[in-house]
Design a protein around this ligand. Structure first.
Ligand code: HEM
Length: 412
């Protein structure tokens, strides 16, 4: 309520939706609602991330996302999130490149998530999901994030890389290390420590590369990179960058959707019942959750020239934030956008995977993983009950959960 009052009365020019506290407390919604209504392309002069533009409506976001010549992802201009990357330290990866290099590297990894490969992976993903779900402690409170979302996502990543299964937790650890801002009390305290851990990661993956480059091409990601025409001559730094991109890309996002689905169904018991009655709705429930959750709240671009958007003059080098989280609640494009409706007519009409040349490579894979998990959950447990508040991280980028206490009723 307090957030609503403040959002309604604060001067427009003082609105700063990047404030990490708004994200920790889940109170950014009324600010975006106001911006969409009164100032859809909004300039914030002063924030802890410096000045930036907010693009808040569905169609304006599409316009930015599909115009990579004017709105660049290049790491040299600052990168792809609101926090400016230092090009000196940043790892090169194709998500933070413009054409033509982006296109060449993307083409190499795209087949991993082609329909044939997905079908091959389905059985393994299902058996791993089943094993995790069978082990859950019925009748006790436990953390869904730790026991299910993290474990499942880690196992799936290991499957994608054909990574030694017993070492799979290293993947999540490296992902966490790279996405942490080094500071006292964090899992890495200094940039030196962070770089040393990344070097261990590189050594591990170089070993796997050296094994696979001498074998027949296979359908795991490392083999694909080692044999791919545009990637086999990558520098070690580029190899590491792309490995990290694949680890991070598929990690937090899928993990947080898995947690978000349990939370959304609990907040909307009529929809949960509809799902139990009609399990064939699982695929559209998955898409609706990806929209409702919006696991990456924004992506950033940098203007390569003076331009105009929504009647506002954006200058060369300005930072432009596409708030997918807001576009996904744009009432002029999506019917009843604040409601969670698992049988929407067009459930894949959302911005959560981005649009244009950087549209998520892994979108079909993410959907498949989530579908399988829910098919296996419903076979075993009619109800996963949320029994406490979720803990959310204080960041305007990864929109997710650090923990979510749940209970599977003993009678379920
Ligand atoms: C790109 C979201 C799952 C790999 C992206 C982008 C978004 C996104 C918004 C666009 C970035 C941009 O425009 O700058 C999501 C969400 C997921 C998910 C919401 C789950 C629900 C995955 C998975 C993988 C993956 C499972 C692993 C294979 C990538 C890669 C890119 C990307 C490699 C870069 C594409 C490029 O730059 O051309 N993702 N992602 N993502 N995603 Fe995902």
């Amino acid at each position: 309520m307090r957030a609503h009052n403040r959002a309604a009365t604060i001067a427009l020019e003082d609105i700063d939706v990047s404030d990490p506290e708004l994200w920790r407390t889940d109170s950014h919604w009324p600010y975006f609602e106001r911006l969409r209504a009164e100032d859809p392309v909004h300039f914030c002069r002063d924030s802890q991330f410096g000045p930036y533009w907010s693009v808040t409506k569905f169609n304006d976001i599409m316009a930015v996302d599909t115009n990579h010549a004017v709105f660049s992802s290049d790491i040299g201009l600052g990168g792809i999130t609101i926090l400016d990357d230092d090009p000196k330290d940043a790892l090169p990866m194709f998500i933070a490149m413009d054409p033509p290099k982006h296109d060449h590297q993307r083409k190499v990894v795209a087949p991993i998530v082609g329909p044939g490969n997905l079908a091959k992976m389905e059985g393994l993903i299902r058996s791993r999901a089943a094993a995790i779900l069978d082990e859950l402690p019925v009748g006790e409170t436990f953390d869904w994030v730790e026991r299910v979302s993290i474990e499942l996502t880690t196992q799936m990543l290991a499957t994608l890389f054909d990574f030694p299964f017993e070492d799979r937790h290293k993947l999540t650890y490296w992902s966490d290390v790279v996405t942490t801002l080094a500071a006292p009390g964090e899992i890495v305290e200094t940039v030196e420590e962070q770089n040393a851990i990344l070097m261990e990661c590189l050594e591990y993956f170089v070993r796997l590369w050296n094994e696979r480059v001498n074998e027949e091409p296979a359908s795991d990601l490392i083999s694909m990179l080692a044999h791919g025409e545009s990637t086999r001559h990558m520098t070690p730094k580029e190899y590491l960058g792309n490995i990290i991109l694949l680890i991070v890309g598929g990690n937090d996002t899928t993990r947080n959707t898995m947690t978000g689905s349990v939370l959304a169904l609990n907040q909307n018991p009529d929809q949960y019942q509809k799902l139990r009655d009609h399990p064939e709705l699982i695929p559209s429930m998955v898409s609706e959750t990806i929209r409702w959750q919006t696991p990456l709240a924004h992506m950033r671009r940098t203007a390569t020239c003076d331009t105009e958007l929504g009647g506002k003059k954006i200058a060369k080098d300005d930072k432009v934030i596409m708030w997918y989280v807001s576009g996904n609640r744009d009432e002029t494009v999506i019917d009843r956008p604040n409601d969670y409706i698992i049988d929407r007519e067009r459930p894949r009409q959302h911005l959560s995977f981005g649009f244009g040349i950087h549209r998520c490579v892994g979108n079909r894979l993410a959907e498949m993983q989530l579908r399988i998990v829910w098919e296996e959950i419903l076979k075993r447990y009619p109800t996963i009950e949320v029994v406490g508040e979720p803990v959310r991280p204080a960041t305007p980028f990864v929109k997710g959960y650090q923990s979510l206490p749940v209970r599977i009723p003993a009678s379920a």
